[in-house]
Design a binder for this molecule. Structure first.
Ligand SMILES: [Zn+2]
Length: 237
């Protein structure tokens, strides 16, 4: 954890340290995202995650004693998680962009700041790991316990499963009372199983894009401005 004494309220810093365990899910999520992206992007440098408490900073990559340290500002992370609590794809997109930026610094050694070569490395890493964004959304929703709303398809599947459960119980009673009419058999368990087995029709506007993310979700994935960062030990960042 890195605390900027002159650029972060000391009272808030003390409160953060007292409630540190409450922030562990955020650190766990950040760590998992960094590890998955580093593995997919072929980054073999050692690093660990961390929190930085400094106003005006969202993420930071610094050189520690035993490898890099990739920081995220916990307040900014929580603000995004709160603002997009029902749209984890937006939160996942924000974290993906931030992680790509900081991992690119790690990959290039931090010496060239935000040069053209750095931008190329960051964008290449972003493209190589874009398919992980939906998985990051699931990860965020699960670890941070976000109140995610069901999609229409998920609601339909849940309702059909409930009907299936009720139909299963009803079938037992039907056998007990000797009901064998064709209509009752047709409208019971087998029909529901057929409906569940049938793939749901793609919803309007959810066609996949080149990056593999549905258009509807892409519209949610708006990040207001590029993430800011400042290297601690490396110049020009
Ligand atoms: Zn940077």
């Amino acid at each position: 954890m890195l605390i900027a004494k002159k650029k972060y309220d000391p009272k808030r810093a003390r409160k953060f340290k007292r409630q540190y365990t409450a922030w562990l899910p955020y650190l766990t999520t950040w760590d998992a995202i960094l590890r998955l992206m580093a593995a997919e992007g072929g980054i073999e440098y050692r690093f660990k995650p961390g929190f930085v408490l400094e106003d005006g900073v969202v993420g930071m990559c610094a050189q520690g004693k035993n490898g890099g340290i990739i920081y995220v500002h916990p307040d900014r992370f929580k603000e995004y998680a709160t603002a997009h609590a029902e749209r984890p794809m937006a939160l996942a997109s924000f974290l993906h962009q931030l992680a790509a930026h900081e991992l690119a610094h790690l990959q290039r050694g931090g010496g060239d700041g935000h040069s053209e070569e750095f931008s190329s490395t960051r964008e290449a890493l972003g493209r190589a790991t874009a398919h992980l964004v939906p998985a990051f959304a699931v990860l965020c929703a699960s670890v941070l316990r976000l109140p995610v709303k069901e999609s229409p398809e998920q609601s339909q599947i849940r309702e059909l499963k409930e009907q299936l459960a009720r139909g299963g119980a009803g079938k037992g009673r039907s056998i007990a009372c000797g009901s064998k009419s064709p209509s009752s058999r047709r409208s019971g368990l087998p029909l529901l199983q057929m409906r569940l087995a049938r793939p749901a029709a793609p919803s309007r506007g959810a066609a996949p894009t080149a990056c593999g993310v549905s258009r509807r979700l892409c519209r949610c994935s708006v990040v207001t401005g590029p993430p800011t960062c400042r290297g601690l030990a490396w110049s020009g960042c």
